[in-house]
Design a protein around this ligand. Structure first.
Ligand SMILES: Nc1ncnc2c1ncn2[C@@H]1O[C@H](COP(=O)(O)OP(=O)(O)OP(=O)(O)O)[C@@H](O)[C@H]1O
Ligand SMILES: [Mg+2]
Length: 268
């Protein structure tokens, strides 16, 4: 149905963490979801154990060497599938280019995926150029990830403007919201960024959900799993992604049919 890119101009702010956990939450809420890794460094593939990292994926689809169907991996959740970034060819490596930056091939692959899934969620490399721009040009929405640290807000207006220009001059996504990550509630600088962001952002771009800094994410990254699969009883911070999914659904057009919205009896 739609393509949502997870993006940020800065690296290491939690994009991949958000993409993986949000995809898990959206799929758990019943939407068929494809998580696409459009970062040439293949972070989602890497985090999901070596076996998956070496598989063909998006790059092979964009070069026309593989069909989407043959390279999507199933996951523990029936509604969640994964498309890794795939492997660079020798020619690409020697020329310093990547198939992932091919805007028109990316457009075809994402459109094909969007026709088959309720949501195609794309994790990207930091910056808004190269493969990330190819994904943005073919996306319906972008969720901007902002790490709550001093100066984080400095690049944000430019980022939003760039996306607005992409949309005005060519194809480009609407901003679904700005998601604040790695918040330290006992740190005044970190909380200052949250206050400042809420003050300067247009209200339609703010989100009630935000992600605290929590060491459990390092553990989850090391195991290559979303928090929901880290323990039998996931930690409280895992619920943030359910809230984020619920907030984003209406903004990105994931609306349940009225007939499905009836209360379900507790006991038949
Ligand atoms: N809320 C959090 N609390 C603590 N650690 C976090 C949190 N979110 C992410 N991390 C950790 O921070 C590191 C960077 O996160 P992540 O890889 O998700 O960022 P990224 O924006 O995708 O980075 P890149 O720009 O390199 O792709 C990882 O080790 C991850 O486990
Ligand atoms: Mg990443």
């Amino acid at each position: 149905m739609g393509v949502l890119v997870i993006g940020s101009h800065k690296g290491g702010v939690g994009k991949t963490t958000v993409a993986l956990n949000l995809a898990f939450a959206v799929a758990r809420r019943g939407w068929s979801t494809l998580l696409v890794d459009a970062d040439p460094q293949g972070c989602i593939g890497l985090s999901l154990q070596g076996r998956v990292a070496a598989l063909p994926g998006l790059a092979e689809c964009l070069r026309g060497e593989q069909q989407l169907d043959d390279v999507m991996c199933g996951t523990r959740l029936e509604k969640l599938k994964l498309l890794t970034s795939g492997q660079a060819s020798v020619q690409e490596l020697s020329a310093g280019i990547t198939a992932l930056a091919d805007t028109s091939a990316m457009g075809k692959a994402l459109a094909e995926a969007a026709a088959r899934f309720d949501l195609v969620l794309v994790d990207t490399a930091s910056g808004l150029f190269g493969p990330t721009q190819a994904a943005l040009r073919n996306a319906d929405h972008v969720l901007l990830v902002l790490q709550a640290e001093p100066l984080a807000l400095r690049g944000l207006p430019l980022q939003i403007e760039l996306i607005r220009q992409l949309r005005a001059t060519d194809r480009g996504p609407a901003v679904a919201g700005v998601f604040l990550t790695m918040i330290q509630s006992r740190n005044s600088e970190s909380m200052g960024v949250v206050q400042e962001a809420l003050g300067v952002l247009p209200v339609e771009l703010t989100l009630d959900a935000f992600l605290p800094r929590d060491p459990v994410f390092l553990k989850a990254s090391a195991k290559g799993v979303p928090l929901g699969l880290l323990y039998r009883n996931p930690p409280p911070v895992a619920t943030v992604f359910d809230s984020l999914a619920a907030e984003l659904e209406p903004r990105i057009g994931l609306l349940s049919k009225e007939t499905e919205d009836e209360a379900v009896p507790l006991v038949d």
